[in-house]
Design a protein around this ligand. Structure first.
Ligand code: AQP
Length: 335
């Protein structure tokens, strides 16, 4: 058996609902880079998922190309991984419909992310927001993925994907592999700099709370200088010190230093000093990513060649599963 066949398959993706920020980078993309040697990795750009919110078409196009180039600029090698746009592989939407018919209303109604997101978007609680986890199940099951890196907020969706697969397999035989969650060795949940009890999110309204990967050095340092801390002056990781804990997590993720080392380094030094150092180290960490991004984004032909090849190869894998699924439920095979 060749080495490639023995490797496990991992699938993940990010929605282009905004610019990639430090949360998505440290919490997801940076870990993906570390996986590319040991797994068959499929990294999609989850553009269909982005449509559950109203987004200006020009903004969506810009975000999508930017995010695709950033995947590569962050170190995801298109020669070692499959990189593609979800919307370029129509089997995602096709399988999603079939799986909708094997998902119960009550199951979707229990999804806490649906409740959270509909509370935030009371004027646009669309059916896509409700069935989002079914499309996510289709994304995962199409490629017979073994592992899916998921943050805490996606864990319930992964459980649902397993339940849907189990239900389908129970009727038709073992068509879908049951995916497991993958927890990265180093995981960081990055919080907003101005509201450190909330995660740093693409849709956050306060731009000072979010550090985007393409922010320039001055903007990065300015945002860190304004970061919310607490009334102590001691850099230590402790309950209730959400702002400092978050800054320590960020500093630890970009430098590799442990919390203990960080506490020692800043012993007796004030918060101003700490915030400036964190800002500078983040800017330093992002400089090569930005340099590579600038080279890539001006080479549209190269990007197009990469996503075209990605969609062809992903489509080939996806079709194998979809053909089986269609056949099992009794649809006439395509001539
Ligand atoms: N702040 C974060 N800390 C750690 N990990 C994060 N991720 C996102 N924000 C953080 C991880 O990035 C991956 C892709 O996320 P996504 O864009 O598909 O969905 P999301 O988690 O809903 O991201 P946002 O920024 O909050 O988007 P909006 O505002 O549009 O809903 C996931 O693996 C996620 O865990």
């Amino acid at each position: 058996m060749s080495e490639t066949i023995a490797k496990k398959t991992i699938l993940s993706g990010i929605k282009p609902t905004g610019s990639l920020n430090l949360g998505g980078y440290l919490g997801a993309v940076k870990n993906w880079v570390a996986l590319q040697e040991d797994y068959n990795c499929l990294y999609m750009l989850a553009d269909l998922h982005a449509l559950t919110i109203r987004i200006d078409p020009a903004v969506l196009r810009k975000n999508s190309m930017e995010l695709f180039a950033l995947y590569i600029a962050c170190g995801i090698d298109p020669e070692k991984n499959l990189l593609f746009f979800q919307s370029h592989v129509p089997q995602h939407a096709e399988l999603s419909w079939i799986l909708n018919c094997y998902t119960m209303f009550g199951e979707l109604n229990r999804m806490t992310q649906f409740k959270d997101k509909s509370a935030k978007n009371a004027e646009n609680i669309n059916a896509g927001l409700f069935t989002y986890p079914v499309l996510m199940a289709a994304d995962i099951l199409l490629y017979q993925s073994d592992l899916v890196p998921v943050g805490e907020d996606q864990r319930q969706h992964l459980e649902l994907a397993r339940d849907i697969a189990t239900r389908y397999n129970g009727v038709y035989g073992d068509v879908f592999k049951l995916p497991e969650g993958y927890t990265p060795k180093v995981g960081a949940r990055i919080m907003s700099l101005t509201n450190p009890t909330h995660k740093m999110s693409k849709s956050e309204e306060d731009e000072n709370g979010t550090v985007n990967l393409l922010d320039n050095k001055d903007a990065i340092i300015r945002k860190f200088k304004r970061a919310v801390t607490d009334s102590e002056t001691c850099v230590r990781h402790a309950e209730g010190k959400d702002g400092i804990n978050n800054l320590m997590s960020i500093y630890s993720a970009v430098t590799g230093k442990s919390f203990e080392e960080i506490e020692k380094e800043f012993d007796g030094r004030g918060y101003g000093d700490f915030k400036l150092t964190v800002g500078e180290s983040v800017a330093e960490c992002l400089a090569p990513v930005q340099q590579k991004y600038n080279d890539l984004i001006s080479d549209k032909a190269q990007l197009e060649a990469i996503y075209k090849r990605g969609a062809e190869q992903a489509g080939y894998m996806a079709m194998k599963t979809l053909r089986k699924v269609y056949k099992k439920v009794g649809l006439i095979p395509r001539a």
